[in-house]
Structure formats: C-alpha cells, structure tokens
Design a protein around this ligand. Structure first.
Ligand SMILES: CC(C)(COP(=O)(O)OP(=O)(O)OC[C@H]1O[C@@H](n2cnc3c(N)ncnc32)[C@H](O)[C@@H]1OP(=O)(O)O)[C@@H](O)C(=O)NCCC(=O)NCCS
Length: 149
C-alpha cells in the first residue's frame, strides 16, 4: 500500500472513480485545475498492488486545512484505506502548521460521517441546501489538530 501525490497521469482513473462514487462529481478539468492552478490544493492517491484504489484532496490555507474530496473504490472499502488517507493528510497538515481541519459532508452519508467521527471530527454546523443536485444539507465537521496528535 502506497500513498503518493496525485499527478496528471492519474486523472483518468481518479475521474472514473469519482464518477462511480459521487452523484455530483468533479470533472477531469476540475481535477486538472486543482493540480495545476490551485496553489492551496494538495491531492494524493492510494495504491494497492500498483493500482489506484482511492484518492483524497485537501486545501492547506495557512492555519486551516480543508478536505475537498475523498473516495475509495467500492471493492476496497471498509479495509481501512479511507482512514489511512485521512491520517496521512492530518499529519501533513500538522507539519504545515495547520491548527484545524474541516470538511463538508452530506447529512445522509453515514459511512463518511462515521469515518470522520472515528478520527475526532465533530459536527460544528449545518449548511442548509448545500448540495445543488438535490438541495441536501451538509454538516460542517471540524477537528482541532493539536488535540490528539
Ligand atoms: C467514506 C469512504 C471514503 C470511507 O472509506 P473506507 O476506506 O471504506 O473507510 P475505512 O475502511 O477506512 O473505514 C474507517 C471507519 O469509517 C467508518 N465506516 C467506513 N465505512 C463504513 C460503513 N460502510 N458503515 C459504517 N461505518 C463505516 C467506520 O468507523 C470505519 O472503521 P471500522 O471499519 O474500524 O469500523 C468510502 O465509503 C467512500 O469512498 N465513499 C463514497 C465517497 C464519499 O462519500 N466520500 C466522502 C465525501 S464527504
């Protein structure tokens, strides 16, 4: 198992996973912007046996880190890979002097909420009608990084 920075050659596989995992997905161009244009954006893939089975994106914005996306191939879910990627970016965030990490998650996404709560994130607020595809609410979830690291 290997976690490494995402590069352009990974995008076809990442976008295909993204389309499989999300009802409203980021396009190739969206990821390309993150890799090439957005200086705050750091993106990683996780490989098993040389094959990409998941990915995570985070913005490091001074003292705040924000998870932008995380996904694991359905065939490889519930094997600890999502947690492994989250822990990796939390460590990198701490090394970058980030004090908090935040994210938004659909209120119905119990798998992801459970993952984040297992890592010490708490529900800070509800963002009403946050998702454009079905007007679903989001939880804003936050973790203070120095608490347990
Ligand atoms: C959310 C997601 C990334 C989790 O990845 P994963 O590799 O399956 O998660 P892990 O195996 O590391 O699970 C870690 C913890 O998360 C929770 N969890 C993960 N999947 C769960 C499930 N199906 N049911 C209940 N809890 C779950 C558990 O607490 C789990 O710990 P445990 O297995 O010791 O009980 C994955 O389900 C996914 O890609 N979902 C679709 C995309 C998505 O919704 N991303 C989040 C957007 S905010």
């Amino acid at each position: 198992m290997l976690i490494r920075r995402m590069d352009i050659n990974d995008l076809e596989r990442v976008v295909s996973l993204e389309q499989q995992l999300f009802s409203s997905s980021w396009s190739y161009a969206d990821f390309l912007y993150e890799l090439l244009e957005n200086d705050f954006s750091f993106n990683y893939v996780i490989e098993k046996d040389g094959f990409i089975v998941g990915y995570i994106g985070v913005w490091f914005m001074y003292e705040q880190a924000q998870i932008t996306t995380i996904g694991v191939d359905p065939c490889y879910q519930r094997q600890g890979l999502g947690k492994e990627m989250m822990e990796t970016v939390m460590e990198i965030a701490q090394r970058n002097q980030c004090e908090t990490m935040s994210l938004e998650v659909r209120v119905s996404n119990f798998k992801a909420i459970s993952l984040y709560e297992s890592l010490g994130f708490h529900k800070e607020a509800i963002r009403k009608n946050y998702y454009q595809d079905n007007q679903e609410d989001a939880y804003l979830m936050i973790k203070r990084l120095e608490e347990s690291m």
